[in-house]
Design a protein around this ligand. Structure first.
Ligand SMILES: NC(=O)c1ccc[n+]([C@@H]2O[C@H](COP(=O)([O-])OP(=O)(O)OC[C@H]3O[C@@H](n4cnc5c(N)ncnc54)[C@H](OP(=O)(O)O)[C@@H]3O)[C@@H](O)[C@H]2O)c1
Length: 212
């Protein structure tokens, strides 16, 4: 597949480019600044394209047959940016993908996004934005997978995870392992139109997804 990656310059995004470089898939990395291009191509992007998720990305997506959304406004912006990027930009990208006939859409969401009002108070606006984007995706008619990681860390990945439609206990997961899960999702038939939580665990990624 030729995969459009929203958030390619981010921390998960960069791990994902390295993973995709060793796969049969190609990656088109969306960047906000042209000078980000050479480094991302060195990591594994097949190509880079300039764009902003708060604008129309139709041109940037032409020729792709899947989308992975791993963008985010980050922890240092206010609630308006969270709504603008994590919710509205994600929804716009889904609608654009649908209109263009790009059928596969993989979303990096967050554990606890299904019940935002039960999350920690300072995270509720973020969880609500993720929740709204996830609900839009589920009702979009796209072939979706919603991956809900626990707290992200920068530790080296182990390649082993715990996945379930709903994990009772909150946990952590290295960004590198989230990237491995995203690549495995691209290659798995049984995770289409599925939503699952993922944290570090004892089961190799492919095996964990196969058992879902
Ligand atoms: N932090 C956690 O514990 C946690 C837990 C669960 C899920 N998540 C989710 O994990 C995902 C990625 O995490 P991460 O750590 O890799 O994030 P990150 O390093 O902050 O990367 C976010 C990326 O989004 C891009 N971006 C933001 N606004 C954009 C826009 N308007 N147009 C284009 N690109 C834009 C940024 O671009 P620039 O590089 O140009 O700034 C950056 O590359 C997010 O969806 C986040 O909500 C986080």
């Amino acid at each position: 597949m030729h995969v459009f990656i929203a958030g390619a310059n981010g921390q998960i995004g960069q791990h994902l480019l390295r993973e995709i470089a060793d796969s049969d898939h190609g990656a088109r990395a969306l960047v906000r600044h042209l000078d980000q291009g050479p480094e991302l191509q060195q990591l594994g992007a097949t190509e880079t394209v300039l764009g902003d998720l708060e604008q129309d990305c139709r041109e940037a997506m032409k020729g792709c047959d899947a989308v992975i959304f791993t963008a985010g406004s980050g922890p240092h912006t206010g609630p308006e940016k969270t709504i603008a990027v994590d919710q509205d930009a994600a929804i716009r990208l889904m609608d654009t993908a649908k209109a263009m006939g790009i059928k596969r859409f993989i979303m990096v969401s967050s554990m606890r996004a299904e019940e935002p009002d039960k999350g920690p108070e300072k995270l509720r606006h973020y969880l609500r934005a993720k929740h709204n984007a996830d609900e839009h995706l589920k009702n979009s008619g796209l072939n979706y997978t919603i991956v809900r990681p626990g707290q992200l860390t920068n530790e080296e990945g182990t390649g082993k995870v715990s996945v379930s439609a709903r994990l009772a206990d909150f946990g952590k997961i290295p960004r590198q392992d989230v990237a491995r899960v995203l690549l495995a999702v691209l290659d798995s038939d049984n995770v289409t139109n599925r939503v699952f939580d993922v944290v570090s665990g004892d089961t190799p990624v492919a095996e964990a997804l196969a058992k879902l």
